[in-house]
Design a protein around this ligand. Structure first.
Ligand code: PLP
Length: 410
């Protein structure tokens, strides 16, 4: 038997996160909750160890009329009020480019659609070296290669590596597509400074003299930045992009509204020219129609109702959650410094990642599990999900991890 197309990659997905989450669950059953540190879960949890579900979100959702939840969306690109509310919330007046919005099933839909629509099979997608695993999977599913750029040099964004990756791809293909997952990069928690973003904009403008450029800016965690207003200022710099650069901002309500399962987000297209934005929109709309057809109507109504009628309540809950995340991360970083535990530069976001080569990582990851500390392996590091760890579990954790690393190195 041979049921799938010849070009399909048949190697099963190895879901390393899921496997470790299961091991952590097992350990909790065996040794009790208190004995186990489960730093695997990549969703925001409350201090009492439960999935955080913002009240305003679920209260609004449950008060929608049945037809609002039952009906198809008004259009394949999403409901008009949802699209406007997304623009207002995400860009907050910081962009003066031409804009189009396509509702998508989560940030995944926005990222996947962009990758699928902008590169031809055999071409190369530029990705961060340490990254959300789905970028590589999406590239693979579309018959693309990936070229990673290193993220850091001397504790800052490695602009030289980013430039080298773009320049190298420009030699072999007519268009470049580069992903920058910022702010609150998954999994390091880095956010580019305004100066760093300015350098990226200047450089991509140079590239755009000879090649159309698509910057895919994945902002999945933006609403958990230390200051959500500061975190949006860099959008203003995009105003300086030339006509030959398009930005697709991939927005998701999964984190912003603690609604991972509602599968709603948006691709925001930003372009100097209407024609450029419309070209992408035409293709995105057809991709949407051909794959998911239209997006969860109830979730779009919920988002719009909150934005238009319950913004203050939402802001309070969001700010409280982001504040708690900051408290957890600060505690981890402070104790990491005291213990001499090394990690990638962290500013904000769900995860802190310990930096090490992959061989050391494998040893340390297992040794941590032997001590009932469960983490997730990423390329060149170990991810610690401070988003789901209560403060009391973070207390003392960096020193315990450092002791395990020292033992592995002894
Ligand atoms: N981008 C990054 C970096 C992520 O970590 C995730 C989810 O974990 C997403 C995008 C997409 O999330 P969703 O499809 O749930 O919106």
């Amino acid at each position: 038997m041979d049921f799938v197309k010849d070009s399909a990659n048949q190697t099963p997905i190895v879901d390393t996160v899921f496997a470790i989450v299961e091991l952590a669950k097992q350990a909790k059953k065996e040794h009790g909750e208190d004995a186990v540190t489960d730093a695997t879960i990549g969703s925001f949890y409350t201090e009492d160890g439960k999935l955080c579900c913002m009240n305003v979100v679920y209260d609004t959702l449950k008060h929608l009329d049945n037809p609002q939840m039952a009906a198809y969306a008004v259009s394949f690109t999403g409901n008009p009020d949802f699209k406007q509310d997304v623009l207002d919330w995400v860009l907050a007046g910081h962009s003066h480019l031409y804009k189009e919005v396509i509702a998508t099933p989560g940030g995944t839909g926005a990222v996947g659609m962009t990758i699928e629509s902008t590169l031809d099979p055999g071409e190369t997608l530029i990705v961060p070296e340490i990254a959300w695993g789905s970028y590589n999977l999406m590239a693979q599913m579309n018959g693309l290669k990936t070229l990673p750029y290193s993220l850091f040099k001397d504790g800052h964004f490695d602009l030289d590596s980013f430039k080298e990756a773009c320049q190298s791809v420009m030699k072999t293909q007519k268009r470049i597509v580069a992903i920058i997952n910022d702010p609150c990069h998954n999994p390091t928690g880095y956010s580019l400074s305004l100066d760093e973003w300015k350098s990226v904009v200047d450089f991509l403008n140079e590239c755009s003299r000879t090649h159309p450029v698509i910057l895919l800016n994945d902002i999945a965690y933006i609403d958990f930045a230390r200051d959500k207003n500061e975190a949006r200022k860099y959008f203003e710099l995009f105003d300086d992009f030339s006509r030959n650069v398009a930005v697709v901002v991939a927005f998701s309500i999964s984190k912003s509204m603690t609604s991972y399962g509602l599968r709603t987000g948006a691709a925001i297209i930003l372009c100097k020219d209407e024609a450029g934005a419309k070209q992408l929109k035409t293709v995105f709309e057809k991709t949407a129609r051909a794959t998911w057809s239209n997006v969860n109507n109830g979730a779009m109504h919920m988002f719009s109702t909150i934005m238009e009628e319950r913004l203050d309540e939402y802001e309070q809950e969001r700010a409280a959650a982001a504040g708690l995340l900051e408290e957890r991360a600060s505690l981890f970083l402070k104790e990491a410094e005291e213990a001499g535990l090394s990690h990638y530069p962290y500013k904000e976001g769900f995860f802190v990642t310990l930096d090490m080569d992959n061989e050391t990582r494998d040893k340390v990851h297992q040794a941590l599990m032997d001590e009932l500390i469960f983490t997730v392996k990423v390329n060149k590091g170990i991810r610690v999900a401070v988003c789901s760890l209560p403060l009391e579990k973070i207390h003392g954790l960096p020193a315990r991890i450092k002791a395990v690393i020292d033992q592995c190195e002894a």
